[in-house]
Ligand binder design. Structure first.
Ligand SMILES: *[C@@H]1O[C@H](CO)[C@@H](O)[C@H](O)[C@H]1NC(C)=O
Length: 134
């Protein structure tokens, strides 16, 4: 019985150590804000490619289906660019810009067929970029 409770204490300690060390790893990069990019292209227009980066962080290219959302973190107070491509069209914009977005915790973007729209509350939208063709 004593041996068993020792074992339980031991296992709980191991679990605590593991969960603490993984949360340290999780906090290695503090998230200053979240960038949300929603694909609101017309139905049937297929997936878009999204690529977001700053001078320090590069999130690579991600495919986002119509109706889906891509999310990445702002890790440094720096300008983050995102670029979207849809077929032969492309658009790019400042997804996070310290002078514009201040200490807001989330910046929302809608990718639509008539441009790229910004919101800070995911409900009122302002167009900030338009599609270009090579
Ligand atoms: C933003 O609003 C849309 C439409 O209401 C919703 O589907 C989406 O989940 C919201 N995004 C976030 C990150 O809350």
């Amino acid at each position: 019985m004593v041996a068993r409770s020792c074992l339980v204490v031991f296992l709980v300690s191991v679990l605590l150590i593991i969960s603490q060390s993984s949360s340290v790893v999780g906090r290695q990069y503090k998230q200053l804000a979240a960038i949300h990019v929603a694909n609101s292209m017309p139905k049937g227009s297929g997936p878009i490619q999204i690529h977001c980066k700053s001078s320090y962080t590069d999130y690579g290219m991600h495919q986002v289906d119509q109706g889906d959302e891509y999310q990445c973190s702002v890790r440094e107070r720096a300008v983050y660019f995102c670029m979207a491509t849809s077929g032969r069209q492309f658009a790019w914009w400042h997804a996070f810009q310290p002078s514009r977005d201040g200490s807001r915790k989330a910046v929302y973007w809608l990718v639509k067929d008539d441009g790229i729209f910004l919101s800070w509350d995911n409900s009122t939208w302002v167009r900030k970029s338009v599609w270009q063709t090579e």
